[in-house]
Ligand binder design. Structure first.
Ligand SMILES: Cc1cc2nc3c(=O)[nH]c(=O)nc-3n(C[C@H](O)[C@H](O)[C@H](O)COP(=O)(O)O)c2cc1C
Length: 181
């Protein structure tokens, strides 16, 4: 049993991948087993009922297995056009089929954007979807990294003390919820 962490961006220099690495490190330091994965390794087709009828594709199966066995999932999402990146939403669609794997799963959401709103709109939207899928979503506190291009140093650490505090606080509340479960 371990905790799954991933970012919703594929980009090599992704701000959200940097944040995912920081979150995974923090979880590990709290003595939880953590698996940090990259969506680049889970290329899957756009959800299609005809494909599903023939059976889940291999990468979908692989991702579903990781998600299902995780005690909790921490997703770091970019905001695309005020909403969830298509690739990430596609994964949620695949995970919701046959057995809805979000049901009762403890899930935390964080995100980084280079704008002034730090993914607040996608997070609110994403949390609503996950709630309707019956996930145990951590609603508060928030992890919103604004002005992301100057929020990390050259080694990928958060430079702003308040950002570090927000990251630690959300990890703490997320892990407390997992312990309670
Ligand atoms: C298709 C697209 C749509 C975007 N829409 C938004 C948006 O609605 N709000 C926002 O804050 N940033 C938006 N951005 C800018 C992203 O926050 C920025 O590209 C960020 O670096 C993406 O995350 P990443 O660094 O993890 O790849 C958008 C970027 C792309 C490529």
């Amino acid at each position: 049993m371990s905790i799954l962490v991933f970012a919703g961006s594929l980009r090599k220099d992704s701000l959200n991948k940097k944040l995912a690495r920081i979150v995974a490190k923090e979880i590990k330091e709290k003595n939880f087993e953590v698996e940090l994965i990259e969506l680049n390794n889970f290329e899957m087709p756009i959800y299609d009922g005809d494909i599903e009828e023939k059976g889940f594709p291999e990468k979908v199966m692989e991702f579903r297995e990781k998600f299902e066995k995780a005690e909790g999932v921490f997703i770091i999402t970019p905001e695309y056009n005020f909403s969830i990146p298509g690739g990430l939403k596609n994964i949620i669609d695949w995970l919701s089929r046959k057995k809805n794997l979000m049901d009762s799963k403890v899930i935390a959401i964080g995100g980084a954007s280079n704008g002034r709103f730090g993914t607040i709109r996608v997070q609110t939207h994403f949390k609503e979807i996950l709630l309707l899928l019956n996930a145990k979503i951590i609603g508060y506190p928030s992890l919103l990294i604004v002005n992301g291009n100057s929020a990390f140093d050259s080694e990928g650490n958060l430079v702003n003390e308040n950002d570090v505090k927000a990251m630690k606080k959300l990890v703490e509340v997320f892990l407390q919820q997992i312990k309670k479960d």
